[in-house]
Design a protein. Sequence first.
Length: 357
Amino acid sequence: MSNRILVINPGSTSTKVALYEGENEINTQELNHSSEQINSCDDINDQLSFRRDAIHKYLQGIDVAPNTLNAIAARGGIVGQLETGAYIVNDDLVWASKNSKVPHASNLAAVIAYEIAKEAGVNAYIYDAVCGCGTPDEIYTITGVPEIEKRFLTHVLNSRAVAIEQAKRDEVSFEKSTYIVAHLGGGITVNLINNGKILDIVGDDEGAMSPERAGGVPCRSLVRLCYSGKYDEKSMQRKLRGNGGMEAYLGTNNLLDVQESIEDGNDKASLIYEAMTMQVAKDIGSLSTVVSGKIDKIILTGGISQSSKFTKKIIERVEFIAPVSVMAGTFEMEALAFGINRVLCGKEECYTYWLSN
């Protein structure tokens, strides 16, 4: 009998949920939360009750009682420095999720999953958390400013999911392969996955600009701008994340709008578009040097990778490094369900989180 797994993946204004039987998706929905609900919350933890209630209504709507579940798979948030893979949700992990220094919707998943799991009498798990890059070798954390250490926060879940799938397609061992995965979305990260682990990354605040993020910018000029008197810290952060990148230059974060503008002869749109693709290619190239160019495959994924025009420009610049595969879209729900199913089947170990982590 297949394992029945409820999957929970909160976003900024919605909560994605799905029901899986083993690796078969039975049902999936995106539960949208009104702007009134979101804006009425002073703290992100204030959203727990209405998101949890929405999930209960979802289960009732598909006639699934919590006590018929075998496990709950939740997106992992920002709770310290975790290994890749699965963690069982316990009191310590719930506390860390509620008290995270980074207010992110992903932190809500473990808390909601734990509450529903207790009701169902099963275990809740997180898998490939946002902070689940393991403990990087010290050389990868050095920045040039001793007071600033490079943070390893990236699109772990989707990046490892497509790498695992690529290994299956190529009929090779994931644990013995080396991939560079570029996650192309509202934020862009590039990840070097070596022997099943994330070895190094180019984070969304240090590499290519994206539709709404500035990426890496010249630091001395950035310091001058910060002290220009035009911005406080909150507005400066927003300028870099949310109002940066393509949005700042072209007034939109919609790639399709930009492509249409290019077709209409907009030279500025063409320039920014070309710059963004080139910057992604540069990030891929930089990570290839970490392993002396020994890359099995480069994988392009994320929402933007659905644009063949965008990916073509990247491929032209990086295919000399290694073959390029495009896995358009995101596979977070499948990754969560498949990962926890492997745990339940005894094919993968899971970790236990302690506050000392």
